[in-house]
Ligand binder design. Sequence first.
Ligand SMILES: *Cc1c(COP(=O)(O)O)cnc(C)c1O
Length: 390
Amino acid sequence: MSSPDLSDAERQAVASVLNTPILSMGKEIQAFEAAFQELTGWQHAIAVNSGTSGLHLCVRAAGVGINDGQAGDLVLTTPFSFVASTNVILYEQGTPVYVDVDPITGNIDPAMTVQAIQDLTAGGSAARRWLPRWGFKEGAQLKAILPVDVFGQPAEMDPIVQSARQYGLKVIEDSCEALGATYKNRPAGTLGDMGVFAFYPNKQITTGEGGLVVTDDPQAAAYMRALRNQGRAPGDTWLDHTYVGYNYRLDEMSAALGRVQIPRLEQFIAQRQQVVDWYNARLSEIPEIELPVVVPHTTRMSWFVYVIRFRQGIDRDQVARRLHELGIPARPYFVPIHMQPYMVERFGYQEEDYPVTADLGRRSLAIPFSSGMSEAQVDQVCLAIRQILI
Ligand SMILES: *Cc1c(COP(=O)(O)O)cnc(C)c1O
């Protein structure tokens, strides 16, 4: 589906670390974090061992947990995402409360989110219509909002953040798919209170496994830094632990790889845009296909995946199977989170609870995409798709 773009500079940087005795918490992670402070303009950058770990630290920093009445806090989020954005809420006994998505972008619907914030804060019957069939406790309180920048396009954040501020709620931006994107000329990841990036090998830049949190909140930053390192607060020795923490540290080899990838980000984004342009030019002539849309508030898209949608009535799974037979990988993107077996069991969800998400989940297909794809490879994929649809 995708492959990382690695050069000799990356190989050398990793090998250099191996010529030193410092394989963790050394100068590479510091340099990697400093690069993100520069990239985002935010004061604090905390590198971690995965995007999921980063999101989990943010959920802890937002204070999501169980209240005095034994009810898990509510967090508004989207069912059209990778499961990690929901799972991190469950790790803290919180209840993810879904808002359906915008049919154009697949990002959380801003007007519905603002309405949900009002209704859930009011409580009672107004709140009830947003809550799942079961799996939550009366008296649960809304604590945070967790929007996701889906496929590399920032969510419509301004109205959401404005409403969150009004009600004293934290906003965690899952920018794991959107490194380098901008929203109204502001960098993805800096649109809420905390932002998270991820560096799995299919992301715009990679560290192998890895992630990073950015924030401008010094208290949240200090807390997350401590939690990353087994709960050691500033002043704690190696065997002092102020908090229940985790080992979410990013090792030096991974950080070195990432440090060398960062200066190449602009080039990767441009190459990805070129691959998108090639795809768009060829696929726009096929009436059965809808192309991905970049909306005006996205002042720069940072393409993570290239996801097409088939018009109503086309059997998406059949197309995917035929592509596989031709040696071309393709996969549904996303399988809605509310339809994952553990979510159905725990909260009683049905597919049509979130009709836009359900529709996108049925019609969407991610096709091969990476910065290194050639025009000839794009041609081959498009020819295959055309053949199958005839
Ligand atoms: C990639 C991704 C993550 C984090 O993934 P890790 O594999 O834990 O690094 C989180 N959310 C979204 C939406 C993602 O695409």
